[in-house]
Design a protein around this ligand. Structure first.
Ligand SMILES: Cc1ncc(COP(=O)(O)O)c(C=O)c1O
Length: 456
């Protein structure tokens, strides 16, 4: 089986037989929501019912076949049902499903592989089964390492929905209002440099990273009890809209933390394991964090997540037990190991970087051509197109975001934009042909949306 395994199912996509969401989708969705509540905005806006996935395609119960431009939710980065990963999980599903946190042959192989591919001395690991639990473990680890208990994070970063993760994350306004105080004591959020919407600027109007750091310094002195254990950072804001920081931010934050003996927790649940064309998004900035969280692409669909900690802090991990019901079970280890091997064997870091550069050039041209595209961002196969009512005022154009989302979905693009930012994370196996097809659909939907809102 070669690296083009997914192409056998991709020719002729998108293939829309009946306008989606079709009658079967609607009927199944209606029955489901009799019981299942609290669905995401994307599902509410486009209630399609998916039946199968293969490589870069998704097929719904009405027989419509879509091009996948979000990898589930940044999860199936190596394509749906990669045969090697399916085979590895199935093998262990038929041999040994759970062995507490005892060693298994597949866990031993995964540990060695992770130590091999992660940068620097990130060589002490614990395994969990969702991203939020990995973030919790990262926070517990930071407390055990430093003996301190305060945490800093950034506005519009997202880290999960368990209580410590929520405490350092931005939550949707509706969620926050519905369950009251949601940030535990000792968790503080700070502004983060967004090159398109900078709060602090230099004389020429560009983002001023140093002033952000000066503000952090002031805040730590005046607003904390002097017990900051760690800065928790998303290297790229995923939920926030594929927002990359200025190139100097991560390295400067690393030095800032070092000077104050604060650990740097890099939450790579969304951006790590190949998504941006490198193993970690932090690799783009030459930074080795103290603690890294991994999830999503780590198991390519199987729920397996991890923390990775620098060697010098490994002893502290003995104070936080890694034992959990599902963490590191053999199927999970098999999925993670096979995913890393596939990335290596199919040269997918290089693929993500190459196709990503190509897509970025096209998106920059789109920005020039469209009055409602205010900004485009991306590295590897993680992108955002920000829609605005006016390029001067940069007013977010949420209504256009919704319409583009629905129109493109109807044309056969399965994706998950958020509000006025069109977030994209196609499988990193994709080539230029199919990536271009996806952008064609988006551009058509943007054209139609501009017409609907009376733009020239
Ligand atoms: C950066 C980041 N951290 C943590 C999480 C939480 O992961 P999970 O949903 O698997 O608990 C997410 C989920 O989207 C995320 O994007």
């Amino acid at each position: 089986m070669g690296k083009n395994w997914w192409k056998s199912d991709a020719s002729g996509i998108p293939a829309i037989r009946i306008e989606p969401p079709g009658p079967k989708s609607e009927a199944m969705h209606r029955k489901t929501i009799n019981h299942m509540r609290g669905l995401s905005g994307q599902v509410k806006l486009f209630p399609v019912c998916f039946d199968r996935g293969y490589g870069i395609t998704l097929t719904d119960v009405d027989g419509n076949k879509y091009l996948d431009f979000s990898s589930g939710i940044y999860v199936t980065s190596l394509g749906h049902c990669h045969p090697k990963i399916t085979e590895a999980v199935s093998r262990w599903a038929g041999r040994l499903m759970n062995a507490h946190d005892f060693t298994t042959p597949v866990k031993e192989a995964l540990m060695e592989k992770m130590a091999d591919v992660l940068p620097g001395d990130l060589s002490a690991f614990q395994l969990y089964s969702d991203g939020s639990s990995a973030v919790e473990a990262g926070i517990r680890a930071a407390r055990a390492i430093t003996g301190k208990h305060e945490f800093l994070s950034c506005f519009r970063d997202f880290h999960g929905k368990t209580m410590a993760a929520v405490s350092c994350a931005q939550m949707a306004r509706g969620d926050v209002l519905s369950y009251g105080p949601f940030r535990a004591p000792g968790f503080y959020m700070l502004p983060r440099p967004n090159p398109y919407r900078p709060l602090f600027t230099t004389a020429d109007g560009t983002v001023d990273t140093d002033r952000y750091l000066q503000f952090y310094d002031e805040f730590i002195r005046e607003g904390t009890a002097g017990n900051a254990a760690a800065f928790v950072l998303e290297p790229v804001q995923g939920w926030g809209g594929s927002i990359f920081p200025p190139d100097d931010f991560f390295p400067k934050l690393r030095s800032f933390c070092d000077q104050r003996e604060i650990l740097l927790i890099d939450d790579e649940v969304l951006a790590g394991m190949g998504r941006t064309g490198t193993w970690l998004a932090a690799d783009h900035y030459g930074v080795v964090p103290d603690i890294v969280t991994l999830g999503k692409s780590f198991g390519n669909g199987f729920p397996v997540t991890a923390i990775a900690v620098r060697e010098e802090y490994a002893p502290a991990l003995d104070q936080i037990s890694a034992s959990s019901s599902y963490g590191g079970n053999p199927m999970a280890c098999a999925a993670a190991l096979a995913s890393i091997e596939v990335i290596e064997q199919e040269n997918l870091l290089e693929n993500a970087a190459r196709v990503g550069d190509w897509l970025m050039k096209r998106m920059l041209a789109m920005k020039e051509a469209h009055p409602i595209i205010g900004n485009v961002t991306g590295k590897g196969m993680l992108f955002g197109i920000e829609l605005v009512t006016d390029k001067q005022t940069k007013t977010p154009f949420d209504e256009a975001g919704k319409l583009v989302y629905q129109k493109a979905f109807k044309k056969g693009l399965a994706w998950i934009p958020a509000g006025h930012i069109l977030r994209m994370s196609p499988p990193i196996i994709m080539d230029e042909h199919y990536a271009g097809l996806g952008l064609d659909i988006i551009e058509e939907a943007i054209d139609e949306t501009e017409q609907a809102f009376g733009y020239p």
